[in-house]
Design a protein around this ligand. Structure first.
Ligand code: GLN
Length: 485
């Protein structure tokens, strides 16, 4: 097996045994990128090869000297291009920010560097993280490594595709309504949306500030746990960042507890693809056989999730995107004669269609006379949804259901109808609206060999139970010989 195809933990072991060097890992990943990237197009920017090798050499040298290396051990990591990094452009896959190089590193970037990760490049996304397929990127089309005619999911489609194509060992995404978990499930990788407040949003280009979280995408649960340990923790520059103890998540892989798994009936009804239904149910019954208790539960406000999410997220997005005026930075129209004309033309030409649609929807829903009917109502629905989850967690430790209503769809299939695209998020927006942590784990494949993901959701700030259950699910699938790769 090539080094680029191994997991972070396999590589960490070989590094500590001095069997391999960081230079060899970077070389292997770059070779893979040379082979795959022309077709996949996961990256918007890849760091210069010489610089990457120099970074690897520096870590190899430190290791030889016996110096302590951070937990990410010089491993290659790809970062979604809506996270500010001072030695890369941060484009958000938008014409608006095409040439923007941030003057500072995001909190997560600082932590990755401190953990001695090597950031190899910035990955593609739907413009400003709005979409579900990465097709809204103004820069390029990313393809699903399992079948190039299919989307990789979105909005962290570049990060998920890069992991699935072995173009990186680890990756970082952001998740406002499913953007880590859904592409992870479409590409057959693991993806974690941490509890709201666990990972700093400082330097993440804001989409919906009450929903956004940064999290890891990886080849397996243990690699995701390692990456989350590197990036989680309090940051005073994000006012919603929490100061809570961060246990070693990777260590939880050895537990053998049995859980009560809540299965919400609302997530298995109309609109769910048959093959996804079968795989997820099969995984749940394997858990039952291994000793877990399965408890049918109800989350009665599920039908209102998508409507509430799209009102809240568009309102927040319209307010967050007001800063892009063409004045301080970003796309600036050259032919405007006065200030309002400059705003109008810069914003009309700099933003793509979907982003403009959301700015208009959000501005409308927040305007005088409509606020009560839309934003306020949606916020009340959000409170009811939180209540549903609180009640559910009185009856179970973990909730299990599909990540998305179907597997990856064909490129172009949903681009002409935004509502159909929004429905892809029907099962993923709840973790964001409640602040709960959630993980997507590959649990099978369709007849067409497209990956299927199961989603586990834990109570707020209970990443410990989330990871314990995730390790258990991954283990039972492996032991039962279910093909997920
Ligand atoms: N698909 C959802 C949206 O477009 C979620 C996006 C995200 O999580 N960034 O709003």
């Amino acid at each position: 097996m090539k080094l680029a195809q191994m997991t972070a933990w396999q590589l960490k072991e070989k590094l500590s045994d001095k069997e391999i060097s960081n230079r060899e890992i970077i070389e292997s990943v770059l070779e893979r990128i040379d082979l795959k990237e022309n077709n996949i197009k996961a990256f918007i920017t890849i760091k210069d090869k010489k610089k990457l090798l120099a970074e690897a050499d520096a870590i190899d040298k430190r290791r030889l000297k016996g110096e302590k290396i951070g937990i990410l051990d010089g491993l290659p990591i790809a970062v979604k291009d809506n996270i500010c990094a001072s030695d890369f452009p941060t484009t958000c896959a938008s014409k608006m920010l095409k040439n923007f190089i941030p003057p500072y590193n995001a909190g997560v970037m600082e932590r990755l560097i401190k953990a001695d990760a090597i950031v190899i490049g910035k990955t593609n996304l739907d413009e400003f993280a709005m979409g579900s397929s990465t097709e809204n990127s103004a820069i390029q089309l990313t393809r699903n490594p399992h079948n190039p005619e299919y989307v990789p999911g979105g909005t962290s489609g570049g990060s998920a595709a890069a992991i699935a194509a072995d173009e990186t060992i680890l990756a970082i995404g952001s998740d406002t309504g499913g953007s880590i978990r859904q592409p992870a499930s479409y590409c057959g990788t693991v993806g974690v949306k941490p509890s709201y407040g666990l990972v700093s949003r400082y330097g993440l280009v804001a989409h919906g500030s009450s929903l956004d979280q940064i999290g890891p995408l990886a080849k397996d649960v243990k690699d995701a746990a390692l990456t989350l340990n590197a990036i989680a923790g309090h940051d005073h520059r994000d006012s919603t960042s929490l100061s809570v103890p961060i246990p070693d998540y990777s260590e939880l892989c050895n537990n053998s507890e049995a859980f009560t798994i809540g299965v919400p009936e609302e997530y298995f009804g109309e609109g769910l693809d048959k093959e996804v239904f079968k795989s997820v149910k099969q995984t749940i019954s394997l858990m039952e056989k291994s000793g877990c208790k399965i408890k049918p539960i109800s989350l009665p406000n599920t039908p209102y999730g998508i409507a509430a999410y799209y009102i809240i997220s568009c309102c927040e997005a319209s307010s967050n995107l007001a800063r892009y005026t063409g004045v301080h930075y970003g796309y600036r129209d050259k032919n405007s004669k006065e200030i309002l004309d400059l705003y109008l033309k810069s914003r009309s030409k700099g933003f793509g269609k979907e982003v403009q649609r959301r700015i208009m929807l959000g501005t409308y829903a927040l305007s005088a006379g409509y606020y009560d009917a839309y934003y306020l109502k949606a916020s009340q629905v959000r409170t009811l949804i939180i209540k549903d989850f609180n009640e559910a967690f009185e009856q179970c430790d973990i909730i299990a259901h599909p990540v998305a209503p179907g597997p990856a769809f064909k490129i172009g299939d949903k681009t002409s109808d935004p509502l159909t695209m929004y429905l892809v998020d029907a099962y993923s927006v709840f973790a964001n609206m409640t602040g709960c942590p959630a993980i997507s784990i590959p649990c099978g494949k369709t007849e067409n060999q497209l990956p299927i993901g199961i989603q586990l959701v834990a109570n707020r700030l209970d990443e410990t139970t989330l990871f314990k259950a995730a390790f258990a699910v991954e283990k039972i699938l492996k032991e039962s010989g279910v093909s997920v790769k």
